[in-house]
Design a protein around this ligand. Structure first.
Ligand code: FES
Ligand SMILES: [Fe+2]
Length: 290
């Protein structure tokens, strides 16, 4: 949830990124730094609990995947209960050092650009529970070196950007909450007929529910495979995720899995849930078997 529209200004370093982080990591100042200009405030209600929102705030890893239009890469430098700091690649080739610092006393956090384009800017976000499944967020944008005649335009650009970022985050949080709720329900593992082989082949990939979870039937080099339609990391959606060379990539944090074996392809111990067995009867009916 951290990005900066182009200000058109030259990149400049705000001193040592590491020194700045250590200065602020233990205690978040409750107010923006002196000398900054407030250019806009964005307010919205998101359809997710504060638990999901704070989880999202701490989740640096999703930036270049869920927000691929805004971020190109991320390399974590430091992470703690107080927040995180990372080198973040922007399109087309810029890089910034971004620090996210969480206030331990107030429901508030600040993301500061420590180096790169937009260095010195601070984005303050207040998080307030509206209900068990809804959260109000208020995002204030504070920038350095803003000419008075540009303040409104810059503020509007930030608001547009953050509207999209929060739309993307909200979709992830809503989906994750639904997946977590569904996990608590136990469903019977019964045999299920998916249809005839000829019909299914005409509509692959085919998503279906079985035993309370989503699965996807795909054809890899002429062989049918079933794989879990949810990621083992944060239950990200794999039902529409592209498959390339037998690997499926999760759209939330980019973890990759071998569709045939379920194993992670990046050395992680994670693996896709074990799929049900597929059987084809003598009449060409395709069955999912426990
Ligand atoms: S939910 Fe994080 S990589 Fe899939
Ligand atoms: Fe986000």
């Amino acid at each position: 949830m951290d990005a900066h529209p182009s200000t058109g200004s030259q990149a400049r370093l705000a001193g040592s990124a590491r020194a700045s982080y250590h200065r602020t990591r233990d205690r978040v100042r409750a107010v923006p730094s002196r000398g900054l200009t407030h250019v806009a405030t964005y307010r919205r209600r998101v359809a997710a609990s504060t638990e999901r929102v704070w989880e999202n705030v701490r989740d640096w890893e999703h930036l270049p995947f869920l927000h691929a239009a805004s971020f190109r890469s991320i390399a974590l430098e430091e992470e703690s209960a107080a927040g995180w700091r990372a080198r973040v690649g922007l399109h087309p080739s810029n890089e910034i050092v971004l620090e996210l610092a969480i206030d331990a006393r107030e429901p508030k956090y600040v993301s500061r650009t420590l180096a790169g384009p937009g260095a010195g800017s601070e984005i303050w976000t207040t998080v307030t529970a509206a209900s068990p499944t809804a959260t109000d967020v208020e995002v204030a944008f504070w920038l350095p070196d803003v000419a008075a005649e540009r303040a409104d335009a810059l503020g509007a650009a930030y608001v547009r950007l953050y509207e999209r970022l929060w739309d993307e985050d909200e979709a992830m949080m809503v989906r994750r909450a639904a997946e977590l709720a569904a996990r608590t329900e136990r469903a019977a593992r019964k045999r299920l007929c998916l249809g005839t082989l000829a019909d299914l082949r005409a509509q692959l990939p085919h998503c279906f529910a079985w035993s309370g979870r989503g699965w996807r039937l795909v054809d890899l080099d002429g062989v049918l495979h079933i794989h879990a339609a949810h990621c083992p990391h944060w239950l990200g959606p794999l039902d529409a995720a592209p498959i390339e060379a037998g690997a499926v990539t999760c759209p939330w944090h980019g973890w990759r899995f071998d569709v045939r074996t379920g194993r992670a392809l990046d050395g992680r111990a994670a693996r896709l849930a074990t799929p049900p067995t597929l059987e084809i009867d003598g009449d060409g009916g395709v069955w999912v078997m426990p």
